[in-house]
Design a protein around this ligand. Structure first.
Ligand code: ADP
Ligand code: GN1
Ligand code: MG
Length: 371
């Protein structure tokens, strides 16, 4: 799917939703790796400005967008009730799906692409890098609270939008197959990285095994807890809304914790080329840990708390391996904006894994302070 296609069909798609007003402006928006996102600005009859996020869903990544939207509709409806009980604003504190004119949560365009629209959450920002430890703490509170608010949601009723999304063992097997097939002939360029991953094959099995034997409970989890999937209020800098709910499904709380750490506690960007700039910042790790545990409000078990550092290491390892697999396959999954970007992304993740290994005892001590 290229962006030009998306541009053509969005004109068709944007007229299908229940939006009153005259379109004033439309622009590509955000830095997600998966969907095509546009910001639309409408002038309404009462001179009000209404802004809307229009997204073309990536149906190569999400094979069943209708099931995915059913998850999002049900989870956001559940969250809205919880938010109202807590005296919050349901249109701001969770995603608000705008229905199509015939009452559906998505639209399929004439080329077969799936579209959805959300109210734009005004006066908020999503950050691609941590600006201050307090912001990162706030995102921890938000993802912890997300976990807490959904603790009574019947996880088994959710569709698995990507089968085996955080099945690290299965991802390791896929990685090995791709290394063997080496479809683009890139293997020789990344021998060091391949070795690094292979030497750590055991990491891929730890959490799956604990889940299978009931040591870690299956919960409703977000599964993509990057910093830029939380909106912070521009004035108060408090976390307002957790977004990007495509991967909400049954999963492990330690993975939600870990995915945030791998992205937000890094001292550099995910695709930084100068690896001397990349390490796992202990202060940031501590701020997030405090926020996440507070947000969960006692919902995590003793074992889950103990395994938080492992969640960080496993998610970072898994993500590095996914970027490497995609590089070897010819960049077919993660969008790239320059040659070699997936390899750069892989290298930062592997550097972080090595650094977490060095700081392992300190990571455990920090978690012990808050558990
Ligand atoms: P992707 O799966 O590609 O990451 P996201 O759903 O995260 O797609 O959206 C991409 C970006 O668009 C987000 O990082 C955020 O900046 C912005 N965004 C998405 N939904 C909203 C919303 N409802 N209000 C404000 N900004 C949003
Ligand atoms: C993707 O959609 P986005 O950009 O928030 C990916 C995550 C990866 C992340 C790496 C559905 O997240 O799993 O951790 O990129 N999402 C999907 O930056 O694969
Ligand atoms: Mg996103």
């Amino acid at each position: 799917m290229d962006r030009e296609d998306a541009c053509k069909n969005r004109l068709e798609a944007m007229t299908q939703f229940q939006i009153d007003g005259q379109l004033m402006r439309e622009e590509p928006y955000g830095h997600g790796h998966i969907n095509d996102t546009f910001l639309l600005t409408f002038l309404q009859r009462d001179e009000n400005i209404l802004r809307v996020i229009l997204q073309r869903m990536n149906h190569e990544v999400f094979k069943n967008p209708a099931q995915l939207m059913e998850n999002i509709w049900n989870v956001t409806s559940f969250l809205k009730k919880k938010i109202m009980e807590l005296g919050g604003d349901p249109k701001r504190e969770t995603l608000h799906v705008i229905e199509t004119k015939d009452g559906s949560s998505f639209y399929v365009d004439s080329s077969g692409y799936y579209w959805r629209a959300y109210l734009f959450v005004e006066d908020t920002t999503s950050f691609d890098t941590v600006q201050s430890p307090e912001d990162f703490y706030e995102s921890g509170v938000a993802f912890g609270k997300f976990q807490n608010m959904l603790s009574e949601y019947p996880a088994e009723t959710l569709h698995e939008t990507i089968i085996g999304f955080h099945d690290t063992k299965a991802r390791f097997q896929k990685f090995q197959e791709v290394v063997k097939a080496d479809p683009m002939g890139r293997g020789a360029l990344v021998k060091k990285e391949i070795e690094f991953v292979k030497e750590r094959s055991k990491i891929a099995e730890i959490l799956g095994r604990m889940q299978a034997c009931g040591e870690l409970p299956l919960r409703v989890t977000h599964n993509d807890t990057k910093l830029n999937n939380v909106l912070l209020d521009n004035k108060t800098r408090k976390a307002i809304c957790v977004i990007d709910l495509d991967t909400v499904m049954p999963g492990l709380a330690v993975n939600d914790f870990g995915d945030s750490i791998r992205f937000g506690a890094s001292t550099g960007a995910e695709d930084e080329r100068d690896l001397s700039k990349i390490e796992c910042d202990l202060q940031l790790f501590e701020f997030y840990t405090k926020g996440f545990i507070e947000g969960c409000k006692g919902k995590l078990t003793k074992k889950e708390l103990e395994m938080l550092p492992m969640g960080a290491k496993v998610m970072t390892f898994e993500c590095g391996m996914r970027f490497l697999t995609d590089y070897l396959e010819g960049d077919v999954y993660f969008k790239i904006h320059r040659e070699g970007q997936n390899l750069d992304r892989c290298r930062t993740q592997l550097k972080l894994v090595a650094d977490m290994e060095k700081k392992w005892e300190e990571l455990k001590d920090i978690v012990n302070k808050y558990k």
